[in-house]
Design a protein around this ligand. Structure first.
Ligand SMILES: [Zn+2]
Length: 192
């Protein structure tokens, strides 16, 4: 599968989910047996931990299809990026989607003007530059910041300093940003 075919597969899977016409019952026995021998996922998804945004379901995929990294605010710290590198190096995954979403709790925490305790502060620090970027923009700052954060991560992952840069140059990998709307269940591609 090439990067465009992989993206098309995600878009079509989400359309089935929106329409309530999912084709993949969660754990078909054949598929369970097939993935015992190994995996060949067609996409990496960096998604939020939010209980309402599970990539396997919203893209109507099944076991072995997606290599998923989930972390609050879909922040791309070292471990998250390392996980994505593993998927691309080891399994030749042709697509990475960074997936933000509406009403993200991690983005909301970043918008609050207060100190955050423990390790939540590390997540907030990562999202803060995106909040600053859109602070004076018209519209809903919660939504705008979540979108800006996806764009920020995609730009980082596409940059010449990134491990992925060579793969992109060779046409073997595409990195896109998606935004999931909790109200319509639709994933919009915001950085094609
Ligand atoms: Zn979230």
């Amino acid at each position: 599968m090439n990067p465009d075919q992989a993206l098309q597969q995600l878009i079509e899977g989400n359309a089935r989910f929106v329409a309530g016409q999912m084709t993949h019952p969660d754990e078909i026995m054949e598929r369970r047996l097939a993935v015992r021998e190994g995996q060949k996922p067609f996409a990496v998804v960096l998604a939020c931990s939010d209980s309402r945004t599970p990539p396997l379901i919203i893209f109507d995929c099944q076991l072995g299809d997606l290599f998923i990294v989930r972390i609050a605010g879909n922040v791309a710290g070292d471990h998250a990026i390392g996980s994505m590198e593993l998927a691309v190096d080891e399994f030749g995954v042709p697509l990475i989607m960074v997936l933000g979403h509406r009403r993200c709790g991690a983005v909301y925490a970043t918008l609050q003007d207060r100190e955050h305790t423990g390790n939540i502060s590390k997540i907030v620090e990562h999202i803060m530059p995106s909040v600053e970027k859109v602070r004076n923009d018209p519209g809903d700052i919660w939504d705008n910041a979540a979108r800006a954060h996806v764009v920020q991560i995609v730009e980082e992952l596409r940059s010449p300093q990134s491990h992925f840069y060579q793969y992109i140059q060779q046409g073997k990998l595409k990195i896109v940003g998606g935004f999931y709307c909790i109200d319509t269940w639709q994933v919009e591609i915001i950085t094609p």
